[in-house]
Write a protein that binds this ligand. Structure first.
Ligand code: HEC
Length: 143
């Protein structure tokens, strides 16, 4: 019994110190607690890449290269609880073609509109099954 109590005191102390020691790594610690799926990793990369493209467009630059990694949306493994159904597949295809349009220098549409079209497909797909990240994705839109 004594040992058990000691053990609890010890773990309590440990958790307290790790918390106060590095408040700023709290977010990272939470992240470490689960293994993100291939799709979740890809989604975060797509988010970061599109943020970069947005900044380029706002700076007056014309991005020219379609990030081919985005094609992995067709094959990346989803979290266990999600299935790749028909709707998901058509949204994936729609998204890839909208994203490719951003880099179509022959297009008659302004680049801001083509970028926003692609982001709107992100949002449409998310409305069907994964609504959590939508507020964050909306921030990508060029106003
Ligand atoms: C074809 C549907 C579809 C499209 C298009 C799509 N997403 Fe996702 N997104 C998902 C699904 C499903 C998940 C959950 C993945 C999982 O849990 O395996 C997800 C997850 C996410 C996440 C959370 C990842 C995490 O850490 O858990 C973010 C952020 C995200 N998407 C952003 C985007 C952005 C930005 C775009 C457009 C550039 C986009 N998504 C396009 C379906 C889509």
């Amino acid at each position: 019994m004594k040992h058990v109590l000691l053990f609890f005191c010890f773990t309590f102390l440990l958790s307290c110190t790790s918390k106060t020691k590095q408040e700023e790594t709290k977010e990272k610690k939470v992240y470490d607690m689960y293994e993100p799926s291939e799709m979740a990793i890809l989604m975060n990369q797509m988010y970061a890449h599109n943020l970069k493209i947005k900044k380029e467009i706002l700076a007056g630059e014309i991005p020219t290269e379609f990030p081919t990694d985005f094609l992995n949306i067709h094959t990346a493994e989803l979290s266990d609880f999600k299935a790749r159904n028909q709707k998901f597949q058509s949204f994936s295809a729609l998204f890839v073609s909208a994203e490719k349009e951003i880099f179509n220098t022959a297009s008659s549409l302004p680049i801001e509109d083509r970028f926003n079209n692609a982001v709107n497909v992100c949002i449409s797909c998310h409305q069907t099954e994964c609504t959590g990240p939508i507020p964050r994705i909306k921030k990508l839109l060029i106003q």
